[in-house]
Design a protein around this ligand. Structure first.
Ligand SMILES: NC(=O)C1=CN([C@@H]2O[C@H](COP(=O)(O)OP(=O)(O)OC[C@H]3O[C@@H](n4cnc5c(N)ncnc54)[C@H](OP(=O)(O)O)[C@@H]3O)[C@@H](O)[C@H]2O)C=CC1
Ligand SMILES: Nc1ccccc1C(=O)C[C@H](N)C(=O)O
Length: 465
């Protein structure tokens, strides 16, 4: 580095308050801009879509979000948790629907603990309202980033309405432009940038369960509904208006697949056969099925997330995961919490903040990517197995008996702030213990048998507090 370049970098680092650029005003970008503004910076936000508060959301591509503790903490940090809670519906467990319409139930955690169904669009609009009210934040909609010139620190932008293109300098750039990030694409062309993307052989389609005539819910409101069918599944999350947003996760190809369901008759017959209790609640089934897009499911991993001390990736741009744990947004929001803590600890030293950020977050992003795939198998298949439900009951007995040593994996991920990588490693150790115990257990009562209790004690003697 030349002397003048060194001086520029040093003086930049000493400049506490600067103009920052956030690319992408999705959930993470809009929350992040609020956090950055709290540190006294001026923020320019660019977003390729028109303002969603005026344009209305794209239909048919919005799996309801499930807010859990990590997401709540990030919202508490900017003082809007209570307002969001008013429009969120707690779901205290899973209700499984078998092919005969019989129901079973599995609680998520302790009584009163739940995950919260919220509309993605509604939450995004609320965050944008807050951002707009901050004098330090300037929102620019309809501005697509085509490319980032990392060397010259310039953005190449296109106005989505007029097609006009322009170049704009930046000092510090935060890439929150989602799974197909343009900021990341530019970083991909730098030396030693690792990148992988992998698609599941499954797609998803949004469908709807109607409300009752009086606007109430036709299924249990405070639950996440699952129709587990082995290789595939449908889920439903409650909305405030009495409807449920359903998502069918289904193979693209094969005998039972999107490719095989080509006519309204085929769709109707298939749903009546495999989801018989849901069909009468889905008067729009055929219109939804053929009107809504089939979307794909991608995992993106990359590293580094940082370019020198002037660009950093967060949220899906850094770590896009499949949706099955309901943790994508929670993980992206936790990125904001962690960055905020680092800005408090190392104000002004952007190089340190960015390096620490990727060092702390990358292992956790990799872990939550694995957890998300793991939960797909659990939801579509295992929850239909009575042995699995028995195992969950036994596990909650262990957790009650050894509260300092045992927290079920689901609770570590959902109801704690334990780093995802630690939760995942712990969960795998606990899984191995559960398999050994379950080999001796046939019913809930077996847990209290002296020989089983002895085994539990032996196992727990090896588990650290
Ligand atoms: N429930 C759901 O269906 C979805 C949920 N999510 C949740 O949100 C979480 C995190 O989201 P987040 O990281 O904010 O990502 P998002 O995809 O929500 O937001 C990124 C934003 O940046 C925009 N953008 C993309 N490319 C460009 C570009 N070249 N120039 C300017 N703007 C651009 C996107 O527009 P565009 O959308 O047009 O690409 C989008 O508005 C996910 O992990 C997931 O949990 C995210 C997507 C869907
Ligand atoms: N929001 C989602 C979207 C798609 C698929 C799953 C979810 C979940 O939240 C799953 C929940 N955590 C569960 O384990 O039952």
């Amino acid at each position: 580095m030349t002397t003048s370049a060194t001086q520029t970098a040093a003086s930049r680092n000493q400049t506490d308050k600067e103009q920052l650029t956030v690319m992408g005003a999705g959930l993470v970008g809009s929350l992040l801009s609020l956090y950055l503004a709290r540190h006294g910076h001026r923020i320019q936000v660019f977003e390729r879509r028109p303002d969603p508060r005026q344009a209305g959301a794209a239909a048919g591509r919005s799996i309801n979000l499930a807010l859990s503790d990590r997401g709540w903490r990030a919202l508490e940090g900017i003082g809007i948790a209570e307002a969001v809670r008013e429009v969120a519906i707690p779901m205290y467990g899973r209700v499984m629907h078998d092919a005969q319409g019989n129901l079973s139930y599995q609680p998520y955690g302790q009584p009163g603990q739940g995950i919260y169904s919220v509309s993605r669009g509604g939450l995004n609009r609320r965050l944008l309202d807050l951002a707009e009210a901050e004098p330090n934040i300037q929102l620019n909609f309809g501005q697509q980033c085509l490319e980032v010139d990392l060397r010259e620190q310039q953005l190449h932008l296109r106005d989505s309405a007029t097609g006009e293109e322009k170049h704009l300098g930046y000092q510090r750039l935060f890439g929150t432009d989602g799974a197909f990030s343009a900021v990341r694409s530019s970083m991909q062309r730098t030396d030693r940038f690792d990148y992988s993307q992998s698609y599941l052989e499954y797609g998803y389609k949004e469908l709807t369960i109607a409300s009752a005539a009086d606007g109430t819910w036709q299924l249990e409101k405070h639950a996440l509904h699952i129709w587990p069918r082995g290789r595939y599944m449908m889920i439903a999350l409650p909305n405030l208006d009495g409807t449920f947003t359903c998502t069918l996760f289904f193979p693209f190809e094969g005998d039972e697949s999107f490719a095989a369901l080509r006519t309204p008759g085929q769709v109707q017959a298939f749903f009546e056969r495999v989801f018989p209790d849901a069909v009468p609640l889905m008067p729009e089934l055929i219109d939804d099925f053929f009107g809504n897009p089939t979307s794909s499911l991608v995992t993106v991993k990359c590293f580094p997330w940082v370019h020198e001390d002037d660009v950093v990736l967060l949220g899906d741009a850094a770590h896009a995961i499949v949706p099955f744990y309901g943790q994508g947004m929670n993980a992206g929001f936790e990125d904001c919490t962690v960055l905020d803590e680092l800005l408090n600890a190392h104000a002004g030293d952007w190089g340190k903040v960015f390096q620490e950020f990727q060092r702390l977050r990358k292992p956790n992003a990799d872990a939550v990517a694995d957890l998300a795939v793991y939960n797909f198998v659990e939801m579509r298949d295992k929850v239909a197995d009575p042995r699995f439900l028995l195992q969950k009951k036994i596990e909650s007995k262990i957790a009650a008996q050894y509260p300092d040593q045992w927290l079920p994996l689901y609770s570590q991920v959902t109801f704690s702030h334990r780093p995802y990588a630690e939760a995942w490693a712990n969960g795998q150790r606990q899984d191995a213990i559960m398999s050994r115990l379950m080999a001796r257990i046939q019913s809930e009562e077996d847990y209290d048998r002296p020989e089983v209790q002895q085994l539990v004690q032996q196992e727990m003697a090896q588990v650290p507090a």
